[in-house]
Write a protein that binds this ligand. Structure first.
Ligand code: NDP
Ligand code: 2IT
Length: 448
């Protein structure tokens, strides 16, 4: 899609020139700038004060060597990143991703999205993201521990409970956060809320593990309710089988839907009887196995090699919860042909721009990632609050706050879209609502 506004077209060209070879970052920035066209026409002060030029440029990029010793005694060297993108409304906040596909462009797109997502939560958190090209798959616990200790040895110099608070993302769950926290504490002699997603015995928040998947379903349910519909009786397809997918499956099922498919990076399972989530948890969380093992004990279920075919399974609601650009135009068309009613993104940027366009043109309700998956980071911010107070809320208290936050995100996005002449476009609404708070905070704090 071309920009009608010359200023935005020129800015996008600058972003591409300054960040060559980073298509995911270009994709994320393009979408936000497209949404902001009516905003800058109404508010030329954002142009005058260089707010847009500043918001697409990270405040700081940290890139470092991560040497560690594997179980055979060999030295391995990975690359670590932390991008501190924007601190206008709070300390940098965002996850760490450990996956072989990680390079600067992936962390930059994720950090950029995080600015707007965190703003939408209504909580005081800025945007950041980090990670490494380290692959935890197939590594022993001791290898993961040595890697995390080495990674934190450098990262500790740049983070802190009032500066930058990392958390999990792909490949970083409770085990990794524990090792990272232990090393930070050892290096700094400080027991603080420097990371979120911690274990419950050392400062973690109840409901953080469930929060992204639950929040995704709360957002989706609110969107459906707003259109006189709900999860009840619906057939749901969810991609991925990690943290987000598992707890989205749990909540969608609790809300009366039947989840019939899940996947991992090798392939997908289809169980027309409804996914047996205890079996999935045993395979993925306890044994760290592959999703295909599910069919060994579920005779009505089938396994198909390769991920993309998952979108050809007929469903009412699709929740992509694996990774970026996993749902392309072909997948979108297959979902639309089978009459999908709603698509909400649990993963970050899982739908290609062509897929988003196809959904919106077909009148499918579409909830974008930075709104729909904000429940994880929102609950991380609640974990930060509890750590500062040295107090813990009950599961029910945290869950109730999460539920309210997700409802507000839906309504604030819908309202912003309407206000700027794009009623029903929740992508534009989320981008605009997220942007305005950050942009106004940047204006108030002056050029810096
Ligand atoms: P996990 O590591 O727990 O699970 C990731 C899942 O996605 C696994 O099933 C994995 O399969 C699959 N996957 C990862 N990479 C690919 C790939 N390149 N192709 C196909 N499948 C892939 O991560 P999370 O569940 O935490 O994260 C899932 C998504 O949700 C990510 O986009 C993340 O950024 C986003 N997210 C996470 C939040 C959180 O709180 N954890 C918050 C908001 C968003 P395999 O096991 O084979 O690798
Ligand atoms: O993409 C995300 O919002 C996350 N991975 C969660 C970040 C966080 O700080 O909890």
């Amino acid at each position: 899609m071309a920009f009608k506004n010359q200023y935005l077209a020129d800015l996008m060209e600058t972003v591409k020139k300054r960040n060559p070879g980073e298509p995911e970052f270009h994709q994320a920035v393009t979408e936000v700038l497209e949404s902001l066209e009516p905003v800058i026409e109404k508010h030329p002060e954002y142009i005058k004060m260089g707010v847009l030029e500043s918001i697409v440029e990270p405040e700081r990029i940290i890139k470092f060597r991560v040497p560690w010793v594997d179980d055979k005694g060999n030295v391995q060297v990975n690359r670590g990143f932390r991008i501190q993108f924007n601190s206008a409304i709070g300390p940098y906040k965002g996850g760490l991703r450990f996956h072989p596909s990680v390079y600067e462009g992936i962390i930059k797109f994720l950090g950029f999205e995080q600015i707007f997502k965190n703003s939408l939560t209504g909580l005081p958190i800025g945007g950041g993201k980090g990670g490494s090209d380290f692959d935890p798959k197939g590594k022993s616990d001791m290898e993961v521990m040595r890697f995390c200790q080495s990674f934190m040895t450098e990262l500790a110099k740049h983070i802190g409970p009032d500066t930058d608070v990392p958390a999990g993302d792909i490949g970083v769950g409770g085990r990794e956060i524990g090792y990272l926290f232990g090393q930070y504490k050892r290096l700094r002699d400080e027991y603080s809320g420097v990371l979120t997603g911690k274990g419950l015995t050392y400062g973690g928040s109840l409901a953080r593990t469930e929060a992204t998947g639950y929040g995704l379903c709360y957002y989706t349910e609110e969107m459906l309710n707003d259109h006189d519909d709900s999860f009840k009786g619906k057939t749901v397809v969810i991609s991925g089988s990690g943290n987000v997918a598992i707890f989205a499956t749990q909540k969608a099922t609790a809300l009366g839907a039947k989840v019939v498919a899940l996947s991992d990076s090798n392939g997908y399972i289809h169980d027309p009887d409804g996914i047996d989530l205890d079996a999935v948890k045993e395979i993925k969380l306890v044994k760290r196995g592959r999703i295909k093992e599910y069919v060994e004990n579920h005779p009505n279920a089938t396994y198909t090699e390769g991920c993309r075919g998952i979108w050809t399974i007929p469903c009412d609601i699709a929740l992509p919860c694996a990774t970026q650009n996993e749902l392309d135009e072909e997948g979108a068309k297959a979902l639309i042909a089978h009459g999908v009613k709603a698509v909400c993104e649990g993963a970050n940027m899982p739908s290609t721009p062509e897929a988003v366009h196809a959904f919106q043109s077909a009148g499918v309700l579409f909830g974008p990632a930075k709104a729909a998956n904000a429940g994880g980071v929102a609950t991380s911010a609640l974990e930060m609050s509890q750590n500062s107070m040295r107090y813990s809320w009950s599961f029910e208290e945290v869950d109730a706050k999460l539920h309210d936050i997700m409802k507000n995100i839906y309504h604030n996005s819908a309202k912003a879209a309407k206000e700027y002449g794009m009623e029903g476009n929740l992508v534009a609404g989320a981008n605009i609502a997220g942007f305005l708070k950050v942009a106004n905070a940047m204006l108030a704090q002056g050029v810096c």
